[in-house]
Design a protein around this ligand. Structure first.
Ligand SMILES: [Zn+2]
Length: 267
């Protein structure tokens, strides 16, 4: 098993998954290269995965990672030991036996933070139980944070409405977005799971919120940027959202929204 920070020196007995394009290497050849080093290539991330090789993909529109990497981040948070290495390091390892350095950030979250989430006792016994049924909550208390947020906000539904635009999407295109940037949250705030996040669509609302093109005022309505650099098409999209009442807005979210308006919103 790879250590969390040590370079990966060998693929022997490692379960290797690829995400994105590994330069010009087709997947079949990448799998062959892994087998030649006595490793076990696999198409999908699962509990056996020990190494993710990160290539590039034009489909990751808003970020530099895809769903497999997000899944790996979840698994690391839940305590699995998975190394992420980039395409160049992988090629250097299989072709020249050069140790591969691990990525410091996985799915946009620093490795140290992913590990500390796991190490930290997530829910102390005296924590107040969030809103929602207690059964629902006890059922999820030991699951990784992102999975817990999904359970709380999606409630197991296969599709739901985006809180910002109000459009209905399949669950795979919705995420519980942190209203206050996660890295800025105290542990107490991270545990305030029903208020710290809102369900936003990955077709635009989440990215526009994270980058400050939109925010939410203290009446729970969408406000749009006047100062941010936009285009005619973005302007049109923003205008459609202006003044919309956010679904599931609650006054308990106000401290997080206030942080966003002051810190992230482009104004
Ligand atoms: Zn949306």
């Amino acid at each position: 098993m790879p250590q969390l920070v040590a370079p990966v020196k060998t693929l022997r007995n490692e379960c290797v998954v690829f995400t994105g394009k590994i330069h010009d290497m087709v997947r079949r050849d990448a799998f062959r290269a892994v087998r030649a080093k006595r490793g076990k290539p696999n198409k999908h991330v699962n509990d056996m995965t020990t190494i993710l090789v990160r290539g590039t993909s034009p489909f990751w529109q808003y970020r530099d990672y895809g769903l497999k990497e997000e899944l790996v981040a979840d698994k690391i948070m839940s305590g699995l030991d998975i190394a992420v290495i980039d395409a160049d390091s992988f090629l250097n390892l299989v072709r020249h036996n050069k140790p591969a350095q691990q990525a410091k950030t996985i799915a946009g979250i620093p490795m140290s933070e992913l590990v500390s989430i796991h190490d930290e006792a997530l829910y102390a016994e005296d924590e107040p139980v969030p809103r929602g049924s207690v059964d629902e909550w006890t059922g999820v208390r030991n699951r990784p944070e992102q999975a817990q947020l999904r359970t709380i906000h999606l409630k197991g539904k296969a599709s739901a409405k985006c809180c910002i635009c109000g459009n209905k999407f399949p669950a795979s295109l919705l995420r519980p977005s942190h209203l206050k940037r996660r890295s800025e949250c105290s542990n107490r705030e991270k545990r305030d799971q029903s208020n710290i996040a809102m369900l936003m669509c990955e077709t635009g609302c989440n990215a526009m919120y994270e980058r400050g093109f939109i925010s939410i005022n203290n009446e729970g309505e969408v406000v749009i940027t006047k100062n941010g650099q936009t285009t005619v098409d973005l302007r049109r999209k923003l205008k459609e959202l202006r003044g919309r009442k956010c679904r599931n807005y609650s006054v308990e979210q106000e401290p997080y929204l206030d942080w966003h308006r002051r810190t992230v919103f482009l104004g």
